[in-house]
Design a protein around this ligand. Structure first.
Ligand code: NYM
Length: 212
């Protein structure tokens, strides 16, 4: 069975600062793809449902303390424990819309001062996204949006640093969408980008690994 008989799904990642609108846009995208009759699922990282995810969650809610390297590796392990399921879903034709991925991992940890190459290390070999959309919002604007929830990292000063580190990670495959536009306009742009990407994957674009 070739790519035409057995088309694979696309791995689509949404990235951006806290309060950039990723989560709302991701669920809008899911209903859009379903309306088109495509098989799609919404995923997010951290996935707080696993044992590792629960350790991450208690760190983020300040119920436990971990040093910067340790939490970095837990975020990465949380992606590794989902890698094989991710691959089988994609191969069986399901498109995955993923709210945060390795770029969050590297941007947030390197914003704390960890070496960026060290941060990328454990991410190598995870599946590479077919499309990364960065929802671009100035940190000041994001902080005005209904306030932060009080988890770790949700402070303007730190978000400014994260924004700078995201910028270092941008590569040719990233699409940047202005997250200050009205929600419907952001949604429209996302739909176009994602549909184009899904089509390329159906036509046989191969899956590859991240940063290897
Ligand atoms: N975060 C998320 C990281 O620091 N590293 C990672 O690898 C990932 C996936 O967790 N402030 C941070 C970014 C967020 C926080 O994410 C929780 P969310 O999307 O608010 O549940």
């Amino acid at each position: 069975s070739g790519p035409i008989d057995n088309p694979r799904g696309a791995l689509v990642v949404l990235e951006g600062l806290d309060r950039s609108g990723k989560t709302s846009q991701a669920s809008g995208l899911l209903s859009y793809l379903e309306r088109l009759g495509l098989s799609a699922e919404l995923w997010r990282f951290p996935d707080r449902n696993t044992c590792v995810g629960q350790m991450i969650s208690s760190y983020l809610t300040n119920k436990s303390h971990l040093d910067d390297q340790t939490i970095h590796l837990l975020f990465s392990a949380n992606r590794w424990e989902k890698r094989s399921l991710m691959e089988s879903k994609l191969k069986s034709g399901t498109t995955l819309i993923v709210d945060r991925y390795s770029y969050s991992g590297v941007a947030f940890s390197s914003a704390k001062g960890l070496d960026i190459e060290w941060c990328k290390g454990p991410e190598r070999g995870l599946l590479a996204p077919d499309l990364v959309v960065y929802l671009n919002i100035p940190p000041e604007k994001a902080s005005e949006r209904g306030g932060y929830g009080g988890e770790k990292y949700e402070q303007l000063e730190f978000q400014r640093k994260v924004a700078q580190h995201y910028e270092i990670l941008h590569d040719a495959t990233w699409k940047i969408v202005d997250a200050c536009l009205p929600m419907e306009d952001v949604a429209k742009q996302l739909q176009e980008l994602v549909l184009d990407c899904v089509t390329k994957c159906q036509e046989g674009k191969p899956l590859s690994n991240l940063w290897s």
